[in-house]
Write a protein that binds this ligand. Structure first.
Ligand code: 13P
Length: 276
């Protein structure tokens, strides 16, 4: 049984100066592809699904499959709710056995984001689940709707981390979900400033399209979890278009998800391979 807690995975990654890849999945094909890549590279991984995607992949079905895959994996796998917005959905994920949940209060005023994140932490505690929150606002929603990218204010971020004690903090530094128009211009100085005031592991959203060098720089500044979604969805869609029948499509989609995870995981660093 290899179902793991996200908190443990990220803390260990931080010690080893790497980040854990968190791959968004929407079907059994994708789940199998991501887990196969992690097993091949012998490295922990996070499977995640966002609340906004549950109309296509209901939690009671997809969540159960994510959990089953994690339990049977040969490497530690955490199962995470990405961008949880409603308390009802967060509770459902916890009841499904998710080992971590994100509360996305990034569009709320700071005080309210702090208060509601604390409520989610209290809700998750009896389950032993970890909690991720967001400060500043990552551009575009996870489901592709337009939304402005608001860079985090470091002082507010430090205050947020201290007052909530959250396990992982998504820090918006000019990153955005979906496909970037041009190269993203990440504000690393925000991370540097936040790192001086708090020790909380950070999370980088909007991983699709970020360069290898920027990934490495972000990891060196404390990004312990990196989210990849669009790259997998694009690759799976392309694979589906090239397929000859349903089962060929399913196999190709698994291979596509596996390829995306295989490409990113080594950039984020492999477990047990700490650089000197
Ligand atoms: P991308 O879709 O840009 O890879 O972002 C993933 C993400 O941050 C999910 O929350």
């Amino acid at each position: 049984m290899s179902l793991a807690n996200m908190r443990d995975l990220i803390l260990r990654a931080k010690e080893e100066r790497r980040a854990v890849g968190a791959f968004s999945v929407s079907s059994i094909d994708m789940i199998l592809g991501v887990v196969a890549a992690a097993e091949e590279l012998n490295t922990p991984v996070i499977l995640q699904v966002a609340e906004s995607r549950l109309d296509v992949s209901p939690l009671r079905v997809l969540g159960a499959a994510m959990r089953a895959a994690a339990e049977q994996a040969r490497v530690p796998v955490a199962v995470h709710l990405d961008h949880g917005v409603t308390f009802g959905c967060i509770r459902q994920a916890l009841d499904c056995g998710f080992t971590s949940v994100m509360f996305d209060g990034s569009r709320l005023p700071l005080e309210e984001n702090i208060a509601r994140t604390r409520e989610v932490i209290a809700m998750a505690r009896p389950y032993g689940a970890a909690v991720e929150a967001e400060i500043g606002s990552v551009g575009k929603t996870e489901s592709g709707e337009a939304a402005p990218a608001v860079c985090a204010d470091p002082a507010e971020g430090i205050r947020f981390a201290r007052e909530t004690g959250v396990d992982a903090l998504a820090v918006a530094i000019g990153n955005a979900h979906g496909v970037y128009v041009g190269s993203p211009n990440l504000r690393f100085e925000v991370l540097e400033e936040m790192r001086r005031g708090c020790d909380t592991p950070f999370v980088l959203h909007g991983g699709t399209g970020i360069s290898d060098d920027d990934f490495r720089r972000a990891i060196a500044l404390g990004m312990g979890k990196i989210n990849i979604a669009t790259a997998t969805f694009i690759a799976a869609y392309q694979a589906a278009q090239e397929s000859s029948d349903y089962f060929d499509m399913s196999r190709r989609m698994t291979a596509a998800a596996r390829g995306v995870a295989q490409r990113h995981i080594p950039i984020f660093g492999l477990a047990g391979q700490k650089e000197a």
